[in-house]
Design a protein around this ligand. Structure first.
Ligand code: GLU
Length: 504
C-alpha cells in the first residue's frame, strides 16, 4: 500500500504573503485534496531576528479567506505537533550532534569578526563573496583543525559555536523533480552551510529535513529559489534518514512582473496588489495592499493563482476550487517563469463577479455600503446586485454602479441632454410623473413611458437619456425601467420632480 500523501506549506512568519506564497499554498492544497492526503501548515520561525509580530495570524487569516484551510497547524494542532519550529528547538540538536560524531558536520567557533576578516582577506574580483567552504574550512577555528582537547574545553566552557555541514568534494547529487525531471548538482559548488546556530536554533536546512521526516511529509513543494539548497538537503536526508525516504520535490516556477521577478516593489510601482491581503508592517509602518482589499473575490484570486504556471492542457481558464482539485496535476506545472498580468487578474475577477449568484456577493456588497454609512435591505440589495454585477470588475465598483439605488443623486449630468431640452420634453416628464404612481414593474414603467411619449409626439429614444440622468445622476447603469422598478413609483416620481426645476 502506498503511503498516505502528506504535504506542507512551511512559511517563515516575516510578513505578508505574496502571490508566489499563496500559489505554493494552493498547489499544496490541490495536491493533498486530489490524492486524499493531509495538508500541513508548519511555521518556520527559527530565525528569531526575522520574527515579525502578527505575521502568523496574517497567514491563518489569508488561508482562511482563500478557503485553503490546513488539516494540521499550530492553531489547529494534529498528531505531529508542535507545528511551530521554535517550539521544537530541543529536537534538532541531537541530529546535528549525530552528524558531527559521524564526521559529516563539525563545530565552528569563529566569531563574527573572524568571519569578516576571512571574507576581507579572501575577497577578489573573481570571488567577491568568499564562502566558508572546502577551500577555507582548513584555515578556520573549527573542530576539524583544533586539537580535540581544545574543542572539548571550548564546548564545556560554553563558547558560542555553530555546527556546519562538511560538504563532500567531487560528488554529483541528483534528484527527480516532479516538474523539472532529473536535476544534478556538483557538491564542489556548495559551501559548508550552518545547520545549528549559536543560539541553539537550527537553520532552515536542518529543520526542514528533520521536520519533513518527523511529520511524514511525502511531497514537498516550494519556490524555485530553494533549488540551490537541494544538495544540502539531499545529503542530510541520505545521512539522517536515508535518501529513499526523501519526499518527492517540486520546485515551482518564479512569478514574473513587468520587469523580471515579481516583487513587492512592483506593486507600488505599477499600482497593483502583490499580496493576498493587505499587510501592515509593524516595524516599518509600511502598508502593502492586498487583492482582498482591492475587492477581489477569493474564488477569482485562487483561480488566477492556479493559472500562474499551470493549465490543464485545454483552453479552459475559469475553474472553481473543486474543479481545480479534480484537474490539477503537478507534472503539468510549467518549468519557465509565469507572467503575472494585472489586466488578466481583473478579467478573472470580473468573470467571477458575473457568474456569482447575488446571495454569494451580498455580504461583501452589504459591508461595502455599510462602510459608507448606507444601510441596505437584503431583498432590494440582491436585486440590485444582479442588475449591476456585469458592470463590476472589483467589489468597490458596486458602490459606484449601484450607490444611486440607495442614495438619491445630489448632482445630475444635465449637460448631457441640455442642448436638446425643450418645453415639450418638460411637459412630457411632468405628465409621466403624474401617470406612474401605480406602476410596479419595469414593463408598466416602460409602457406608460411610450404612451406619454406618443401623446407628446416625441420619440421615446430621445427621452430615455434625460430619464436615466434624473434617476441615476449620470450616463450609466442598467436598463432604465429596471431601475425605476427597483426604486419604486414614489421614489422615481420624486427624483423626476426634483430635477425638473433645475432645468432651463
Ligand atoms: N521556510 C521556507 C520559506 O519561507 C520554506 C521553504 C520550503 O517549503 O521548504 O519559504
Amino acid at each position: 500500500m502506498s503511503k498516505k500523501v502528506r504535504v506542507r506549506f512551511a512559511p517563515s512568519p516575516t510578513g505578508g504573503l505574496h502571490l508566489g506564497g499563496v500559489r505554493t499554498v494552493l498547489y499544496n492544497y490541490l495536491f493533498a485534496r486530489r490524492h486524499g492526503g493531509d495538508f500541513v501548515l508548519r511555521i518556520e520561525d527559527t530565525d528569531q531576528s526575522r520574527y515579525v509580530p502578527g505575521a502568523e495570524e496574517y497567514i491563518y487569516e489569508t488561508l482562511s479567506w482563500c478557503g485553503l484551510e490546513p488539516d494540521e497547524s499550530p492553531r489547529k494542532g494534529g498528531a505531529f505537533g508542535p507545528y511551530r519550529q521554535s517550539e521544537r528547538k530541543e529536537l534538532y540538536r541531537a541530529y546535528a550532534e549525530r552528524l558531527v560524531s559521524e564526521g559529516k558536520a563539525y563545530y565552528a567557533f569563529d566569531t563574527p569578526e573572524e568571519l569578516d576578516a576571512m571574507r576581507t582577506r579572501l575577497r577578489t574580483d573573481s570571488n567577491p563573496t568568499p564562502q566558508y567552504d572546502r577551500h577555507v574550512r582548513g584555515q578556520m577555528r573549527n573542530s576539524l583543525n583544533l586539537p580535540e582537547a581544545e574543542v572539548r574545553a571550548l564546548l564545556d566552557g560554553g563558547t558560542p559555536h555553530v555546527v556546519r555541514i562538511q560538504m563532500p568534494e567531487g560528488e554529483t547529487l541528483t534528484f527527480t523533480d516532479m516538474i523539472r525531471g532529473a536535476v544534478s548538482f556538483d557538491t564542489a559548488t556548495v559551501d559548508d552551510k550552518v545547520l545549528l546556530k549559536a543560539d541553539g536554533m537550527p537553520t532552515y536546512h536542518l529543520a526542514v529535513v528533520v521536520d519533513d521526516h518527523l511529520m511524514k511529509i511525502t511531497h514537498a513543494f516550494r519556490g524555485e529559489e530553494w533549488l540551490p539548497s537541494a544538495p544540502v538537503h539531499i545529503l542530510l536526508w541520505r545521512w539522517l534518514f536515508g535518501e529513499d525516504a526523501m519526499p518527492q520535490w517540486a520546485h515551482l516556477p518564479l512569478i514574473l512582473g513587468p520587469s523580471g521577478k515579481l516583487s513587492k516593489r512592483d506593486g507600488a510601482k505599477y499600482g497593483f496588489p502583490v499580496f493576498a491581503a493587505t499587510w501592515n508592517d509593524p516595524k516599518s509602518g509600511e502598508q502593502t495592499e492586498g487583492f482582498r482589499e482591492r475587492g477581489f473575490l477569493p474564488e477569482a484570486f485562487v483561480n488566477l493563482l492556479a493559472l500562474l504556471g499551470w493549465n490543464d492542457g485545454t483552453e479552459q481558464e475559469l475553474f472553481s476550487l473543486d474543479e481545480l482539485v479534480q484537474r490539477f496535476q503537478m507534472e503539468k506545472v510549467h518549468k519557465g517563469g509565469a507572467q503575472f498580468n494585472f489586466e488578466k487578474a481583473q478579467w478573472f475577477n470580473h468573470e467571477w463577479i458575473k457568474r456569482s449568484p447575488a446571495q454569494r456577493l451580498l455580504p461583501d456588497v452589504k459591508a461595502l455600503f455599510a462602510g459608507k454609512g448606507i444601510a441596505t435591505e437584503d431583498g432590494k440589495l440582491a436585486t440590485v446586485i444582479d442588475l449591476v454585477k456585469e458592470r463590476c470588475t472589483v467589489l468597490p465598483d458596486f458602490a459606484t454602479q449601484a450607490g444611486f439605488f440607495f442614495t438619491a443623486p445630489a448632482e445630475w449630468d444635465t449637460a448631457a441632454f441640455a442642448a436638446k431640452w425643450t418645453p415639450e420634453k418638460r411637459a412630457f416628464f411632468e405628465h409621466y410623473a403624474d401617470r406612474i404612481s401605480t406602476a410596479t414593474d419595469a414593463t408598466s414603467f416602460e409602457s406608460l413611458f411610450k404612451q406619454c411619449a406618443e401623446a407628446a409626439g416625441i420619440k421615446p429614444g430621445e427621452l430615455q437619456l434625460p430619464l436615466r440622468i434624473m434617476l441615476v445622476g449620470g450616463k450609466f447603469g442598467p436598463p432604465v425601467f429596471a431601475i425605476a422598478e427597483v426604486l419604486g413609483a414614489e421614489e422615481t416620481i420624486e427624483r423626476i420632480r426634483k430635477v425638473l426645476p433645475t432645468l432651463g
